[in-house]
Design a protein around this ligand. Structure first.
Ligand SMILES: Nc1ncnc2c1ncn2[C@@H]1O[C@H](COP(=O)(O)OP(=O)(O)OP(=O)(O)O)[C@@H](O)[C@H]1O
Ligand SMILES: O=C(O)[C@H](O)COP(=O)(O)O
Length: 399
């Protein structure tokens, strides 16, 4: 690694350290349902706090588009951070300006303060210099421990490193080391599973990914978009119809690169996305117009598991279905268990990543069996593509 880490920090007692963490965690009914991302950043926070730094946490939650959205306040996440750290976590209702400055002025050495969602300001995603300056005014040192947001060139993930001495946190360091070890020179065949709901932000990544893998298994909302591009009526399913051309171009790129695209041929459909909703398995070409596909069906699971059996290396981002609600977790759980078994037998290197993907593996009770589980979803896919990650690149440029 050619960037500075916490090992390069000395005499930080009393210093204000701005630590970018990823607290974009799964939440249901106000409760954090998977705390993996918080657990992963805890060592960095503890280490800085134990050395007497004033630890000021910067993070985003959801996609509030530059406006304060009460449901996306980080205040609701603070208790989970507090519980994991086993330490009081103070909260400031803004990440810049008077509210942040006053809360910081009240801090004692070793205290931990969480600032409100950086994405409540338009300047965050625009990496606006005035906003970066306003953030930098609160700190003496910048530590980036949010590998999972490092594919974003935002004020708190990239901009700050231009203004403050910048260091990688322990998780940033560990993620990069583990990905390089597991996937730096992968054994073929390499099979990727990509599912989930963030279709528009991830579909472009598949264009390059098909050149790196031997088979790309597509599930979740991503699959519906590809099926619709092939003229299949997906009813009320989550689907980005305007991305049909992109999906077609990915299929052509895959065929040119010799990568097999694996799409579901059956699906589990329901009228509503809720627990206990009536569901049935249908052929993928017979999705009722008033229903939505919420999971891939049993034939498709068999095909996915067959690809997992043939793989030497598995890369997985995004659940195959809406796993949070039974029975739409079946495909994800079955594939996760199969990958875990092969990994335990020593016949597969399995690397999975993503906020909900980690939650899904925990739900299947196999997260510990995977070779490596990254907290990153989009960032992990971009790393896999070989794309530079702005949040990591800028750390490398520090003298
Ligand atoms: N067929 C489907 N219809 C609707 N939602 C789906 C479907 N399949 C999966 N999902 C949803 O996708 C979400 C996870 O997708 P997402 O792309 O955010 O993955 P992730 O692992 O969290 O990656 P990242 O870390 O990049 O966010 C889950 O909430 C799940 O319910
Ligand atoms: O959940 C993630 O993958 C990261 O927190 C980045 O979130 P974003 O896709 O909304 O930028």
């Amino acid at each position: 690694m050619t960037f500075k880490t916490l090992d390069d920090l000395n005499d930080i007692a009393g210093k204000r350290v701005l630590v970018r963490v990823d607290l974009n965690v799964p939440v249901k009914d106000g409760q954090v349902t998977d705390t993996t991302r918080i657990e992963r950043v805890a060592p960095t926070i503890r280490e800085l706090s134990e050395q007497g730094a004033k630890v000021i946490l910067l993070a985003h939650f959801g996609r509030p588009k530059g406006e304060p959205v009460p449901e996306m306040s980080l205040k609701a996440i603070a208790p989970a951070v507090e519980e994991i750290l086993d330490q009081r976590v103070y909260f400031a209702a803004d990440c810049i300006g008077e509210k942040a400055a006053n809360a910081i002025a009240d801090m004692n050495d070793g205290d931990v303060l969480l600032l409100e969602n950086t994405r409540f300001h338009k300047g965050e995603e625009k990496n606006d210099p005035a906003f970066v300056e306003a953030l930098a005014a609160n700190g003496d040192i910048y530590v980036n421990d949010a590998f999972s947001a490092a594919h974003r060139a935002h004020a708190s993930t990239e901009g700050l490193a231009h203004l403050l001495p910048a260091y990688a946190g322990r998780t940033m360091q560990a993620e990069l080391e583990a990905l390089e070890k597991g996937l730096g020179n992968p054994k073929r065949p390499v099979v990727a599973i990509v599912g989930g709901a963030k279709v528009s932000t991830k579909i472009d990544l598949l264009q390059n990914l098909v050149e790196k893998v031997d088979a790309l298994v597509i599930g979740g909302g991503m699959a519906n978009t590809f099926l619709a591009a092939q003229g299949i009526d997906v009813g009320k399913s989550l689907c980005e119809h305007d991305l049909a051309e992109t999906a077609k171009s990915i299929m052509s790129a895959a065929s040119a690169a010799g990568c097999t695209i694996v799409l579901p041929d059956d699906g589990v459909v329901a009228r509503e996305f809720k627990a206990g909703a009536d569901s049935e398995v249908v052929d993928i070409k017979a999705i009722p117009a008033d229903q939505m596909v919420l999971d891939v069906g049993p034939n498709s699971v068999a095909a996915v598991n067959d690809w997992i059996s043939r793989a030497e290396t598995l890369v997985w981002n995004g659940p195959l279905g809406a796993f949070e609600i039974a029975p739409f977790d079946r495909a994800t759980v079955a594939a996760a268990k199969h990958a875990a078994t092969r990994t335990r037998q020593g016949s597969l290197v399995s690397v999975a990543g993503g906020g909900d993907t980690v939650a899904a593996l925990n739900h299947a009770e196999v997260a510990d069996d995977f070779t490596y589980v990254s907290t990153a979803g989009g960032a992990f896919l971009e790393w896999m593509e070989g794309k530079p990650l702005p949040g990591v690149d800028i750390l490398h440029q520090q003298k």
